[in-house]
Design a protein around this ligand. Structure first.
Ligand code: M6R
Length: 615
């Protein structure tokens, strides 16, 4: 999704802005641009495609020009919503007077009405975007005080925004504001960096302020953040927080792609989810973030989970865990459906939002809907300080570290791990015995080592991936805990390799999709030695009878299934929930190697964005 970086300080702004844009690339975008303020002159450049195209333009156009020495500016990566990915539609947008330059994330819903009004006053528009309308609206309301003009304009807009802007009449100021789209202010030494994502500013400072919805901030070059106020111009105070990860965590660290690095980080990431959170003596999880007594936990009589994409697949495993370990009725909801259905939220229902980014628009809207209906809403997020983390009453952070690759990997496995710990904790307040709890704690603790063992299979998985890379269709089938894993495996393959991959419950094959099976359609069957294995063997026979090549995932040493497959990925022996995690890791590697072999842009797949902040 779109990204913002802005700077005001003492250093050449264009360098910081371009570097920031590179850090935002992982979010997905199709054009980029920047404005620097050279004394009282706005200099803007925009380019379609990669940030490198913009960088080239900067070098060609501004060689030895004062623009290169300018010490404030704004920049943007755009993921097209209104209008094609063209240079005209790229940000920053400049108002008709040429004084104001603005970057915007989000969607102004009433932009058509505002545009018509402005056109009737003689304004001309050079793009199809809602953002250019906002820029001119601010211009229309400008009367020698840019801060006041922004306040008045934001009162008139409906929709969402994260914005940063500069005005050539007031070159010592930079203004930012948010509603529904994150804005973070990084406080440096004699410099301030504004970004939509911590990764773009962590190189310069770890001291940050997360703006809340409706906050507006004015930043002066010398004094930094002078005041934060809301849309009614009432002063608000926001805490300065410390970012708990560094630049190294956001870099590739010798790996060819972020995705591969993040796959290999999983043993450590999983360890971080349970470090200090397990009580092996009592066979339970601690989860102090929830701050709940057993009495309160026992009162919960249903868990409603909502999420999107990969997080939805992790939620499905969570549902099984709540049912199996805590005997708690539990439902998984597509967040986008939950918000528009009329969901029934009874007394003592716990609503659980699961999101890596903590910014997904549909999940956030579901949080708000569940709150409106009186539910207790908790969050499971990775990004600290994200909107969902802040809007939910209680929560557990995943502690997976920054996930840069658009394809989610370590977020999934850490989500599953945290859900397992929740089920353990809830279960111990219900029917789960101490000895069963201790056993589950031991399984959780053994996971990082088992993942390391799994990762040693990478070369073997790569060989299989190379054999199947040219097949354009593929099915993943699973049962029980392996069903969500099949869905996740298929999602991973399609998003990064553009192969048409479908995840199905193995039993559903016969209800339609089996019609598609033939020699050119391989089936990846998750036949691990856990509940459901016997049945899936029958399903594999059905696939073979239709001449589909079969790749199996199977438990190491399970020679019985070997003869059924054309190729086999061995998974270390583990209990069912841990086997689900290990199998996911194997499928992540498979997708990765297929995508690399097909020459795809693994970390930034076409059309995709890291965090989907629009509906
Ligand atoms: O940040 P979230 O977990 O809320 O994101 C949800 C989905 O957009 C995300 O998981 C998406 O499906 C990934 N690209 C999958 O790899």
């Amino acid at each position: 999704m779109c990204g913002i970086i802005a700077y005001i300080g003492q250093k050449p702004a264009h360098e910081i802005l371009i570097r920031g844009l590179h850090r935002l690339e992982y979010r997905g975008y199709d054009s980029s641009g920047l404005t620097v303020m050279d004394k009282n002159k706005i200099n803007t450049l925009r380019a379609v495609g990669k940030v490198d195209n913009l960088s080239e333009k900067v070098n060609d156009s501004w060689e030895s020009k004062p623009a290169k020495e300018a010490t404030s500016g704004i920049a943007h990566t755009r993921w097209a919503t209104h209008g094609l990915p063209t240079e005209e539609n790229a940000h920053p947008h400049t108002d008709n007077s040429g004084k104001i330059s603005l970057v915007h994330n989000g969607i102004i819903e009433n932009y058509q009405q505002l545009r018509s009004k402005l056109e009737s006053k003689g304004y001309k528009f050079y793009s199809e975007t809602d953002s250019e309308v906002l820029c001119n609206l601010i211009s229309e309301l400008y009367n020698e005080d840019i801060e006041e003009a922004v306040v008045q304009a934001l009162k008139m807009v409906e929709g969402t925004y994260g914005i940063a802007l500069v005005c050539s009449d007031e070159p010592e100021r930079l203004i930012a504001a948010r509603r529904g789209s994150p804005i973070i202010i990084g406080l440096g030494e004699k410099e301030t960096i504004v970004a939509s994502d911590v990764s773009a500013l962590v190189q310069y400072t770890k001291q940050v302020i997360y703006l809340n919805d409706n906050d507006i901030v004015t930043i002066n070059r010398d004094e930094g953040v002078t005041e934060i106020f809301d849309i009614t111009k009432t002063h608000v105070s926001r805490e300065v927080e410390e970012v708990d990860w560094d630049l190294g965590s956001a870099e590739k660290g010798g790996y060819e792609h972020y995705m591969l690095k993040e796959i290999f980080e999983q043993p450590e990431a999983i360890t971080n989810t349970f470090r200090g959170r397990l009580n092996l003596d009592e066979g339970t999880a601690i989860l102090s973030g929830l701050n709940l007594t057993p009495k309160k936990i026992v009162e919960i009589n249903r868990v409603l989970i909502f999420a999107c994409g990969t997080s939805l697949h992790a939620s499905m495993l969570g549902q099984y865990f709540f049912e199996d370990y805590a005997q708690l009725p539990s439902n998984v909801n597509h967040a986008a459906e939950f918000r528009y259905r009329n969901p029934i939220v009874e007394k003592h229902t716990l609503a659980l939002a699961i999101s890596q980014s903590g910014e997904t628009a549909d999940t956030l809207a579901a949080v708000r809907e569940a709150k409106r209906k009186g539910a207790d809403v908790w969050g499971l997020c990775n990004v600290v300080g994200s909107t969902i983390a802040r809007e939910t009453e209680r929560g557990i952070y995943l502690h997976a570290g920054p996930e840069i690759s658009v394809a989610s990997t370590k977020a999934f496995t850490t989500q599953v791990m945290v859900l397992l710990q929740m089920a353990l904790k809830f279960g111990r307040c219900h029917r789960l015995s101490r000895s069963e709890g201790v056993k589950l704690c031991q399984h959780i603790e053994s996971t990082p080592e088992l993942i390391r063992e799994m990762l040693k299979e990478a070369e073997n998985i790569k060989k299989i991936a190379l054999k199947y890379k040219d097949y354009d269709n593929c099915f993943y089938i699973g049962r029980g805990y392996m069903y969500p894993v099949a869905l996740e495996g298929a999602l991973k393959l399609k998003e990064i390799s553009y192969i048409h991959a479908e995840g199905y419950h193995a039993a559903e094959l016969k209800h339609g999709p089996i019609a598609l099976l033939e020699e050119s359609v391989p089936v990846i069957a998750l036949a691990n030695d856990v509940d459901g294995k016997d049945k899936i063997i029958g399903n594999v026979e059905e696939c073979k009878a239709r001449k589909s090549p079969v790749i199996l995932t199977a438990t190491k040493g399970d020679e019985e299934v070997k003869s059924l497959s054309d190729d086999i990925i061995w998974i270390p022996e583990a209990s069912a929930p841990i086997a689900a995690i290990l199998t996911t890791v194997a499928l992540q590697l498979y997708s990765y190697y297929v995508a690399v072999a097909r020459g795809c842009d693994v970390d930034q797949p076409r059309n995709l964005a890291k965090s989907v902040t629009v509906e």
